[in-house]
Design a protein around this ligand. Structure first.
Ligand SMILES: *Cc1c(COP(=O)(O)O)cnc(C)c1O
Length: 371
């Protein structure tokens, strides 16, 4: 099935007595056993599995061309479940430009059980020199936050295969309809479903999808089911409802982001625009190779300092000044002040999540704010 179709039909809707076309929310925490002690509905207790979560996991598995998916209550819990599944003493290689909440998790929660190097994953040739005897995983994020760097997933997968490392890819910025890391050789794909999959800034969630059901995946699944950081049936219902329009929302995000990026790149008050769809982007060719389109996220460096950037985010009217991304409404933020004093993010960087408003209104808003 093509993604547009899978998004609508891959949930494996069970025929209900009332003939629902849209899947109902199943709130029951526990499920009836039959005389033999079995579970005729396929579910025992809703932390372990439930109809709405199973449907969500089925759809994401289909969209990512994987073997199985675990849904979580947030993107960070999805990431945490991977790190928890690693044996203590393991070393992981992670990107220098990484979602700060997950980086903070590694540095403040896993600092006693794991070791890590945060390096550039752009120069693939240099990565092997960081592999140690206890290295077990490369964690990648592409496009990355907030510098919108693109990592060559296929090249990374070759290194991981050669050294028997797990390759996990945070593919949140791309969404499953623009990029499928498993088809490029990754072992695990992660999403913060809070972002494009949810798409309306009203539900928090995360997912992991595996290429194969192996021993490591069993450890992850055990953490999901017995750790219990799972999304509620209502969260799953919202995500399933959103996912049906994902492919079409992504087309709109990509079209708007491309036009806004082109406009900004030509603006005299702009120093640089980071958007993988622009030929000026250093990894434009890699993005063209591994993505169907270039996504809705861009970062712009204004000519000036933090104050100049702050002035722009305070002057826009259509863009909402808020963190997060992937919703129908355009969001703008001065990223360095979100990340705090230790950040390496340039002080004149503005991160933009391009929404689904009319592009003319978005450009006019920047025009008056850059004034
Ligand atoms: C938001 C985000 C996360 C964390 O997800 P939450 O749902 O906020 O926990 C992880 N990675 C990326 C790239 C994100 O944008």
């Amino acid at each position: 099935m093509k993604p547009e179709t899978a998004a609508i039909h891959a949930l494996n809707l069970v025929k209900s007595a009332t003939g629902d076309v849209s899947m109902p929310i199943s709130l029951s925490t526990t499920f009836l056993r039959d005389e033999d002690g079995g579970y005729p509905g396929g579910h025992m207790y809703s932390r372990m599995s439930n109809p709405n979560r199973a449907a969500l996991e089925n759809v994401i598995t289909a969209l990512e061309f994987g073997a199985d998916t675990c849904a979580f209550s947030s993107g960070n819990t999805a990431g945490m479940s991977i790190f928890q599944a690693l044996k203590s003493g393991s070393h992981i290689i992670a990107p220098d430009d990484m979602y700060w909440g997950l980086k903070k998790q590694l540095l403040s929660i896993f600092n006693e059980t794991l070791t890590f190097d945060f390096i550039s994953l752009i120069d693939v040739d240099k990565i092997e020199s960081f592999i140690k005897p206890n290295t077990v995983m490369i964690w990648a994020e592409t496009p990355s936050n907030p510098l919108i760097k693109i990592t060559d997933i296929e090249a990374l997968a070759k290194i991981c295969k050669a050294h028997k490392l797990i390759l996990a890819v945070d593919s949140t910025f791309a969404s499953p309809t623009l990029q499928n890391p498993i088809t490029l050789g990754a072992d695990i794909v992660m999403h913060s479903t809070t972002k494009y999959i949810g798409g309306h800034s009203d539900v928090l969630g995360g997912s992991l999808t595996t290429a194969t059901k192996n021993e490591f995946w069993e450890r992850v699944k055990n953490i999901q089911q017995n750790g219990g950081a799972v999304p509620s049936p209502f969260d799953c219902f919202l995500l399933l409802r959103s996912i049906k329009t994902l492919a079409y929302r992504m087309k709109g995000h990509c079209e708007n982001a491309m036009k806004l990026a082109q406009y900004l790149e030509a603006h005299p008050k702009v120093e640089a625009v980071y958007y993988p769809g622009l030929p000026s982007h250093p990894q434009h060719d890699v993005a063209k190779k591994q993505m169907k389109d270039f996504g809705g996220m861009l970062s712009v460096l204004v000519k000036g300092d933090a104050a100049t950037a702050r002035k722009v985010v305070n002057t826009v009217k259509v863009f909402a000044q808020a963190t997060s991304l992937g919703g129908v409404e355009s969001l703008i933020e001065h990223r360095a002040s979100v990340e705090g004093p230790d950040t390496k993010t340039p002080q004149n960087l503005i991160r933009v999540s391009v929404g689904l408003e009319h592009i003319d209104d978005l450009i006019a808003d920047f025009e008056q704010a850059l004034g």
